[in-house]
Design a protein around this ligand. Sequence first.
Ligand SMILES: [Zn+2]
Length: 384
Amino acid sequence: MKTTKKKVLVAVAFGLILASCSTDELKKPSEHSLELDKRQVQGRSSTLENTISDGIVGNLNWTISGKKVHDFSHDLNKAVIPSECDNTPFRAVTSYYNNALINGFISNWDGNPDAISVILDDYFVINQIAALDDYKNADTFGANGEYTNYVKNNVRSLEKFWNMPNLITVRGQHTSSLQDLDFIRFIYENYSSASPADVDYFLSIAEHFNTASDQIPENPFYASDGFATFDGFIVIGDGIVSMLSETGLDPKVIWSSILAHEWGHQIQFKNYNIWNYPVPAFNGTPESTRMTELEADFLTGYYLTHKLGGTYNWKRVEDVLSAFYNIGDCGFTSPGHHGTPNQRIEAARQGYLYAANQQKKGHISAPQVVHDAFISRLPAIVGL
Ligand SMILES: [Zn+2]
């Protein structure tokens, strides 16, 4: 199925030249015209790569305010420039969709640099706003809302387990939000300083790509955010879950795992002025980020396998966590900041062992006690 899709994308690129041929010629495209078009596409590809290397400048004035943790996001630098990734199933899926998105863009692109800003930068920001500012079905989960009840039940379970009622808002993100051109116009009008003429111009670019490409905005990377904000929001996109589930993992365990990890960051935020750490939390250094990420993993292992929490057995949790801890440099945040895959799995496993030790007594530790348990295990986890 994936191979077929790729062929369709190539066919779209060739279609421009073949459109004026007769039916007979269409059946037998000359080698010459195919080669010519390949060169054009390759030329645009290298133009895109150079532009992205210099940094894309988007048109929207928007950043998530305050402290935040962004665990998943699409990084076009890494999407366009080939990286040396291990051949894990999840990397194969993400690299397939990376290439599909870039090919979908290039094959419908006339070389106009403004299209890069709109389609490969603004679109990601627009969909972040759509989720975080609650414009587009942000209270539903899954492309068709099929995981809405499941996620809401998980939220209630996390609230109860960690004694955090009504403190955290979880929002979904969907590629379909970007199909709504009126919504895109609304975002440019309210979140940028573009003139009315410029907004019309951006919309003409959006309309062209939305119509011409089957990847824009359908590609799952447009809904691949996973982050937690200091003021109590968690955003999880359908795309990150669907890409992980394409490796054969159970989507419900994926939703639960990402949610438990982001919730772990919310517990850290809530205790920001209370908890002591060996290095300051959330100060932006790699050591600090690794520490808070490993703690979120520990909290995830603890909650997900606890008999009064997620109730999953460790093996199922380990399979899912292993898949996204092995993301490496294939389009996501650097592993140097989040901890190595071994450290991350060990942090979660220690959380699981800690839960296994106590749950016989039907006991849930207070967050402070779980935090202390993590800190005492941190040197051993990092030493791996
Ligand atoms: Zn995290």
